[in-house]
Design a protein around this ligand. Structure first.
Ligand code: ADP
Ligand code: 5GP
Length: 189
């Protein structure tokens, strides 16, 4: 694998990773989002090749067997997500900084893999109650899916110490400004 810088975002679902990453991508034009593969169905408005590479569980397993993933996780029972090696190569070949949105285990694994090339950022909600409100008001999940996500979040929130920095996403503009400042510092190193 060639070299380049990477920014990793991890947090329980609903904390605001996607929202903060979108703002960051508007600000830094040499940043590119790493499109993960997933075996979940697209949500309304999501697009193959923009939000995720959607694949059947069988296709996903075939990529696992071929060793195509840099990392992958069964994040929710029966639903897998993973970063294809080809995706990281594609972005670095474009000369861009890779931005990852991965679950907390994925974030820890990728940080180990990339070491000082990576800045790992944990996005923290102001409270568990606010996290639940945000997940519900996003309106993308069934009750079952919300419960799965909240069930996993308590354990994930305890993992913030494994990350280089934690950004509390209370007021969005404050969280985005802080993230930009932290990323600027990292890029100067
Ligand atoms: P994640 O990618 O971590 O699952 P999202 O970025 O999808 O989370 O955010 C979850 C929901 O919360 C979305 O509806 C988003 O618009 C909203 N949201 C994100 N950040 C904030 C914030 N600081 N204040 C209020 N709502 C927010
Ligand atoms: P969602 O279904 O809400 O898009 O994502 C669910 C969770 O899967 C989020 O925590 C997200 O960060 C994580 N995720 C997305 N892509 C990957 C990936 O490639 N690897 C890992 N480990 N987690 C991922």
């Amino acid at each position: 694998m060639s070299t380049g810088k990477v920014i990793l975002f991890s947090a329980p679902s609903g904390c605001g990773k996607t929202t903060i990453i979108k703002e960051l991508l508007r600000h830094f034009d040499n940043f590119e989002f790493s499109i993960s593969a997933t075996s979940r169905m697209p949500r309304e408005g999501e697009q193959h090749g923009r939000d995720y590479y959607y694949m059947s569980p069988e296709e996903f397993k075939a990529h696992v067997a071929k060793g195509d993933f840099l990392e992958w996780e069964e994040v929710y029972e029966g639903i897998c997500y993973g970063t294809l090696k080809s995706e990281a190569d594609r972005i670095w070949n474009n000369g861009h900084v890779i931005v990852f949105d991965v679950d907390v285990n994925g974030g820890k694994n990728l940080k180990k893999y990339f070491g000082s090339q990576a800045l790992s950022i944990f996005v923290m909600p102001p409270s568990v109650e606010v996290l639940e409100q945000r997940l519900r008001s996003r309106g993308t999940e069934s009750e079952e899916s919300i419960c799965k996500r909240l069930g996993r979040s308590a354990k994930e929130l305890e993992e913030s110490r494994h990350f280089d920095v934690t950004v509390v996403n209370d007021k969005l503009s404050v969280a985005v400004d802080e993230t930009r400042r932290i990323v600027d510092e990292f890029l100067k190193k």
